[in-house]
Ligand binder design. Sequence first.
Ligand code: P6P
Length: 335
Amino acid sequence: MADVTVTEFLLFHQKKSPHATGKFTGLLYDLILSCKTISRRINKAGLLDILGGTGVINVQGEAVQKIDDLANSIMIYRMERSGAMCAMSSEENPDLIRIGPEFPRGDYIMIFDPLDGSSNMDVNINIGTIFSIYRRPEGCTGEVRLEEVLRKGENQVAAGYCLYGPSTMLVLSTGQGVHGFTLDPGVGEFLLSHPDMKIPEQGWIYSCNEGYREKWDAAARECCEHFHKAPSSKGGAYSARYVGSLVADFHRTLIYGGIYMYPPYKGRPEGKLRLMCEANPLAFLAEQAGGAATDGHMRILEKVPTQLHSRTPLFIGSKKDVEAVGEIYRKHAAD
Ligand code: P6P
């Protein structure tokens, strides 16, 4: 396959995409540039002394930021200059980030986690950037209001992640399937490497933090037991895999199939993961790839966020495996 870049792929292979417009391509250009910049900084992190806390003064006399603060600054700096945005929300910022009059504005809203799982970097484990893109609701003008942003995940026009690992990968959907691009550092381009990614109907891996087992509700414990006993897609038992970095655990699930579970637990009835910048974008990808994503009771993409940082339980992956969880939760709800 000849080298196909992301832009070329969207413009030539997704003609139906309503976003193959200059604005969206511009958004994507700056998003990709942000990911490439973050990737470069991460790969040198151990050497550039940007692990862990702040306090280090670098050669330019700047206070070196923690890597996730740095990733956040890179994303905000780039995206507010893209000319495509009217507002953004970052997991690192408590409030909505509105695009000021000093920048060209567009009609897109991006919600992102600039560097999910960043603590894993201290032990050289994959981490990732997750992004969720909406168009501003028709007819809305002037300053973006919070209620324009707090919308169901099914309104996303695009979503994806950048995974920083042995290679840096961009996995993206604009509503026409899921496609993976691998960064060729020599060229500085993301090139199509995984066209039309599909999650297997059923998998052979379940992924959850069983250390919290005693804090889960009965339904979540039964889900875990289900995967201890049920035959996997390979006929034998399921294998347990848990990286503790959401993008890494999801990427493996997208490719191999199976299920990633982050149930609610005592003290956290809504679970730990963010609805808008983690669960929604991954649920969009999962469904586009033929999989499923629920909170145990309903589709993630149908949940109405009550605030920017709403949390949600998450069960995501192969359709059959997520359905098994749904059945268990329905049985417990009926009890
Ligand atoms: P726990 C990382 O902090 C993160 O947000 C996700 O990347 C990861 O899947 C999850 O939390 C791990 O959480 O509670 O199992 O350590």
